[in-house]
Write a protein that binds this ligand. Structure first.
Ligand code: RFL
Ligand code: PHB
Length: 389
C-alpha cells in the first residue's frame, strides 16, 4: 500500500485533514483503531467557533451544519443573584455554533465514504516508522488480522491523547508542559428542552455548573465534581438537584428530562512541543489538551489541520519546505493562546474551596460583567481569534 499522506486517527483532526488534502489533489489513507459506530457515537464537544464553521463550510461539509446547527450570539455568565449576557456580535463581530462533535464526525465520515480517500476502521498495532527519512511508513494490522505496511511521503499523527504518534515525536526530544486540575466535570445528556437561549456558565459556592445543549430538544449539562467521585454515586435525581442549586435564579428553573448519557471527565492542560519530527506531524489532541471550560479542543484541532493541510500541499506539490518548517511554531502560538484562555476560564469559574480564591473569582466575574473591555477580551477568545493571529 502507498499513499502521499498516511493519517493515524479518524477523529475530527484526521478526517478533516484528509478532506482538505483531497480537495487539493493530495492522496491520503486514514487508519482508525475503533469502529465506525464507536467513533460516531463518542459524545464530546458542542461549540464551534466561526473559523471552524467557515472551514467546514468551505470544505463542502456545511449542509447539515447550517440546517441543524444553532447559531449563538453569546453566553450568560452567572454568580449568585446575577445572570449577565455577553453579546458576542456587538463585542467582537463574531458568533459561535452549537453543533455536536458527533455530528461533525458523522458528516466527515459520510463524505469520506462517499468517494473520498480510504478510511480503514478497526485496525490495530499502528506504528509510524522511518519518520526521519523522506519515505516513512506506518505498520498496522488490518481488520481481518493481516499485517500491513502503508508507505507514505508524510505521516500525520492525529491519534488523540492516547495514540502512538506523540511518543514517536518525544523519543527524539522535545518538551511537555502539563497541569492537572483538582476538578472534574460530571456531564449528562438529557432529552429535555433547554431552559435557556444561550449557554449558562455558573459560578456557585458549591461548584461550577454549565448549561449547554445539542438541539431544541436535547440538553447537555455539566457539574464540577471532585476527580475522585464515582458516577455510580450520582443518581439522576442527585444530579438534577445539584444543577437546580448551582443554577438557581429567581423566576427560572432547569428543565428536567430522561438522562441518556452520563460520565465524569478529568480536566488537564497539556502541551507537547515540537509538533513535528522529520516527516511526522502532530495535530489536535495528539499534541495538546485543554480543559473544556473554554470550548477550545475541537476548534484547536481544526485550526491545526488547516495550517497543516496548507503546509503539506506546499511540500508535496511545490516541493517547498517553508510552511512545514514553520508549522509547529505557528500552530503552537495559537495552542498557547487557547491554553491560557482555557486555564483562565477554568480558574475563574471553579470553586477551589479557598475563600480568598472565591473573592478573587467574584471580583473577576464582576469585572467581565461590567467592563466592555474585559467582556471583549473574553468574547474575542471564546469566538476564536482569526487564524494566523
Ligand atoms: P480525537 O477526537 O481524540 O481523535 C483521535 C482519533 O484517533 C484514534 N486513535 C487511534 N487510531 C489508530 N491507532 C491508534 N493507536 C489510535 N489511538 C487513537 C481515536 O480512536 C480517535 O478516533 O482527537 P482530535 O481529532 O484531535 O479531536 C480533538 C477533540 O476530540 C477534542 O479536543 C474535543 O472533544 C475537546 N472538547 C471540546 N472542544 C471544543 O472545541 N469545544 C467543546 O465544547 C468541547 N467540549 C471536549 C468538550 C472534550 C470533552 N471530553 C470528553 C474530553 C467536552 C468534553 C466532555
Ligand atoms: C458542550 O456543549 O459540550 C460544551 C459547551 C461549552 C463548553 C464545554 C462543553 O465550554
Amino acid at each position: 500500500m502507498r499513499t502521499q499522506v498516511g493519517i493515524i486517527g479518524a477523529g475530527p483532526a484526521g478526517l478533516l485533514l484528509s478532506r482538505l488534502l483531497a480537495l487539493q489533489g493530495i492522496d491520503s489513507v486514514v487508519l482508525e483503531n475503533r469502529s465506525r459506530d464507536y467513533v460516531e457515537a463518542r459524545v464530546r464537544a458542542g461549540i464551534l467557533e466561526q473559523h471552524t464553521v467557515d472551514t467546514l463550510t468551505a470544505a463542502g461539509l456545511g449542509d447539515r451544519l447550517h440546517r441543524q446547527g444553532l447559531e449563538h450570539s453569546g453566553i450568560h455568565l452567572q454568580y449568585p443573584g446575577t445572570r449577565h449576557t455577553l453579546d458576542f456580535p456587538s463585542l467582537c463581530g463574531r458568533s459561535v455554533w452549537v453543533y455536536g462533535q458527533t455530528e461533525v464526525v458523522k458528516d466527515l465520515v459520510a463524505a469520506q465514504l462517499d468517494g473520498g480517500p480510504p478510511l480503514l476502521f478497526e485496525v490495530s498495532d499502528v506504528q509510524p516508522e522511518g519518520v526521519d527519512t523522506d519515505s516513512p511508513r506506518i505498520r498496522f494490522t488490518d481488520a481481518a488480522g493481516a499485517p500491513q505496511v502503508l508507505e507514505c511521503d508524510v505521516v500525520a499523527g492525529t491519534d488523540g491523547f492516547h495514540g502512538p504518534s506523540r511518543a514517536t515525536v518525544q523519543e527524539a526530544g522535545g518538551r511537555v508542559w502539563e497541569r492537572t486540575y483538582p476538578y472534574a466535570w460530571l456531564g449528562i445528556l438529557a432529552d429535555a428542552t433547554p431552559a435557556t437561549d444561550e449557554l449558562v456558565y455558573a459560578w456557585h459556592p458549591e461548584g461550577f455548573a454549565l448549561y449547554s445543549m445539542r438541539s431544541p430538544s436535547v440538553s447537555r449539562l455539566y457539574l464540577q465534581v471532585d476527580p475522585s467521585e464515582r458516577i455510580e454515586d450520582w443518581s439522576d435525581e442527585r444530579i438534577w438537584d445539584a444543577l437546580d442549586t448551582r443554577m438557581a435564579l429567581e423566576g427560572w428553573s432547569v428543565n428536567r428530562g430522561p438522562v441518556t448519557e452520563k460520565s465524569i471527565l478529568p480536566m488537564r492542560s497539556f502541551v507537547s512541543a515540537p509538533m513535528r519530527r522529520g516527516r511526522l506531524f502532530l495535530a489536535g489532541d495528539a499534541a495538546h489538551i485543554v480543559p473544556p471550560t473554554g470550548a477550545k479542543g475541537l476548534n484547536l484541532a481544526v485550526a491545526d489541520v488547516t495550517l497543516l493541510a496548507q503546509a503539506l500541499v506546499r511540500l508535496l506539490q511545490d516541493k517547498e519546505t517553508d510552511l512545514v518548517d514553520s508549522y509547529s511554531d505557528r500552530a503552537l502560538a495559537r495552542v498557547w493562546r487557547c491554553t491560557h484562555f482555557s486555564w483562565w476560564m477554568t480558574s475563574m469559574l471553579h470553586r477551589s474551596g479557598d475563600d480568598f480564591d472565591a473573592q478573587l473569582q467574584l471580583a473577576q466575574l464582576r469585572r467581565v460583567c461590567s467592563s466592555e473591555t474585559a467582556a471583549r477580551e473574553l468574547a474575542e477568545n471564546y469566538t476564536g481569534l482569526p487564524l494566523g493571529s
